[in-house]
Ligand binder design. Structure first.
Ligand code: KG4
Ligand code: ZN
Length: 340
């Protein structure tokens, strides 16, 4: 069987994480991620700085991934990389590196859609992790995206709902910024929310047609609420941090759950997966788990390291494309926006 084994080097550089992974078929041999602290002081990702940091990180990250996997470049069967969507300057670093590596090693090149990768991360072989059967509903929630996708097969997916403005990760990060928390604030809201009362400050949910989302109104509402409360009590934030965070998180979870319930009703599909950085949120994970007994859903929540941006998820798409011989030629280019 070993002759048929497929070794893929995957590269991800769509936003502010430089990542490389080596997969042997659908198993992850290494999964290396270098984050970029530089953006913290700016309160958000600065594209020019991200691109420069990718250039500095890409060689050591790929070397580390190969070394950890115990694989020599000559043993690889293909190079997979993130084509888009993402920041152009960031994507270009990974794309050009993947192209030149594939050319010099005479290997097939596989372009991967970052959003497909968040969804197909569930097909990474992990002991004790049950992969979803098709069709299933994927909720992809990250700093850049909020989508509900009907996944019919590895390569047939349909977006049935998405945000009309901010992504859910932005809703977390911008709310955190209003509270004076550093970027990215999502994990901090999660942390404080654990100690707070989710019903302390009721926020109204936006009214959006169908399965689409809107988060910009919530951010504005939180901003006015905080400004007003601080005017009355300068210590309002410090004294109520846990309750404010729990209330924000609770509102976001209710918005997501409402749309997921609608998606289940509309499609009749009760298999629900989540992916993207925000699916690391402990409140979202617990609410989804509870939906199994509450609504009879079967939920799929990937391992934490395959949830935030990583290259293993690019590698699993690469593997399935390899099996179908879906390769790209050297003319392939990065795309900041990409057709689903
Ligand atoms: O998927 P990801 O790593 O990068 C993008 O493709 O955007 O997602 C990053 C986003 C950030 O907005 C971050 O605040 C959010 O995921 N995030 C969380 C948590 N962990 C990461 N949001 C809420 N709770 C968390 N525990
Ligand atoms: Zn992502």
């Amino acid at each position: 069987m070993s002759n048929a084994d497929v070794y893929i080097l995957a590269i991800e550089s769509s936003c502010d994480d430089t990542a490389a992974a080596v997969l042997k078929n659908n198993q992850v041999l290494s999964n290396v991620v270098a984050g970029q602290k530089i953006h913290e002081e700016y309160g958000g990702v600065v594209p020019e700085l991200a691109s420069r940091a990718h250039q500095q990180n890409i060689v050591p990250v790929i070397d580390a991934a190969l070394k950890k996997a115990g694989i020599d470049k000559k043993e690889l069967n293909a190079i997979a990389f993130t084509q888009g969507p993402g920041l152009m300057g960031s994507l270009l670093v990974g794309t050009s590196f993947a192209k030149s590596l594939a050319l010099s090693l005479q290997l097939p090149l596989i372009a991967v859609n970052h959003m497909h990768a968040h969804i197909l991360a569930h097909f990474i072989d992990e002991e004790g992790y049950e992969k979803p059967d098709f069709p299933f509903i994927a909720l992809t929630i990250s700093g850049g995206h909020t989508q509900i996708v009907k996944v019919k097969s590895f390569f047939e997916m349909e977006i049935i709902g998405e945000t009309t403005d901010d992504a859910v990760g932005e809703a977390f990060d911008k709310s955190a910024k209003i509270l004076g928390l550093p970027y990215p604030g999502g994990p901090l809201i999660d942390k404080y929310a654990k100690e707070g009362n989710p019903k302390a400050f009721p926020f109204t949910k936006p009214k959006v047609e169908g399965l689409n989302f809107s988060f910009s109104g919530l951010k504005t509402q939180i901003m006015y609420f905080v400004q007003k409360s601080v005017a009355a009590d300068p210590d309002f934030i410090t004294n109520n941090m846990n309750d404010i965070c729990a209330s924000i998180q609770h509102t976001i979870i209710e918005i997501l759950m409402e749309k997921l319930k609608m998606a289940v009703t509309e499609t009749g599909i009760k298999r629900i997966s989540i992916g993207g950085g925000v699916s690391a949120n402990s409140g979202i994970r617990a609410t989804l788990k509870a939906a199994e007994s509450k609504y009879g859903w079967k939920t799929y929540i990937p391992k934490f390291e395959y949830t935030t941006d990583n290259a293993a998820m690019i590698g699993i798409v690469g593997y399935h494309k390899f099996l179908e011989q879906q390769f790209n030629d050297a003319e392939v280019t990065s795309k900041a926006r990409i057709a689903f």
